[in-house]
Design a protein around this ligand. Structure first.
Ligand SMILES: C[S@@+](CC[C@H](N)C(=O)[O-])C[C@H]1O[C@@H](n2cnc3c(N)ncnc32)[C@H](O)[C@@H]1O
Length: 198
């Protein structure tokens, strides 16, 4: 006899949300504070992403294959910002024939874990807020630039670093960081400096 264990169905809107305590998020515009936060953030915050990604890994791989094909993205030289502790993008998602992939990450603990998991990977410590590379054919990231406090600044950095006709590709496959969203909305003058959410 086959026994199928069913997960309980939870009505998120009627059961879960009304019981959550609202949290006040405050706008933080200070780059040094935000960078310090990410530099010392426990890697457990992001390690869990791979659990869900593994379930749809093949679809994600197809998505990246298709993006590379459709936009004829560089297959030699790419820089990935915010590669995290698992290096998932480099390890599993980029098309396998892409060479000379450099990961740049701000958090030394994430770099250490990433190097342990992916001994062959090319990983440097650095920040997308201060990009010193030039003539780069592709700058990319996986759910990583949502950690910035000022996307306009990061985009200026990326634009300076890209080669003529170079590409920037960012794929967000987890919920974006609240600070980035808030700062973005506030810069557009559509939101207050404090935000209540549950
Ligand atoms: C949400 S995690 C995503 C990690 C990884 N890309 C993934 O999807 O599993 C964001 C990553 O960006 C890194 N990060 C935050 N600020 C950064 C910065 N200024 N420059 C480079 N990396 C940064 C964080 O340390 C973290 O590893």
């Amino acid at each position: 006899m086959l026994i199928v264990e069913r997960r309980p169905i939870i009505d998120v809107y009627n059961i879960l949300l009304p019981n959550l305590q609202p949290v006040v998020y405050k706008l933080i515009e200070d780059r040094a504070i935000i960078e310090d936060h990410h530099r010392s953030e426990p890697i457990s915050c992001t390690m869990g992403f791979s659990r869900n990604r593994d379930k749809v890994r093949h679809s994600l791989q197809n998505l990246f294959e298709e993006l590379w094909r459709k936009y004829n993205l560089s297959r030699d030289h790419a820089i990935e910002y915010g590669s995290g502790a698992t290096g998932y993008y480099d390890a599993f998602l980029r098309p396998r024939d892409v060479q000379n992939w450099l990961q740049v990450e701000i958090n030394p603990s994430a770099i250490a874990e990433n190097k342990k998991r992916n001994p062959g990977a090319n990983i440097a410590e650095g920040s997308y807020n201060y990009i010193q590379y030039r003539g780069v054919p592709l700058i990319t990231g996986l759910s990583s630039l949502d950690t910035s406090e000022n996307l306009y600044h990061v985009m200026d950095q990326v634009a300076e670093a890209l080669a003529p006709c170079g590409y920037f590709l960012h794929v967000q496959d987890v919920r974006p960081g609240i600070t980035t969203v808030l700062n973005y909305l506030n810069r557009k003058e559509t939101y207050p400096k404090e935000f209540l959410s549950n």
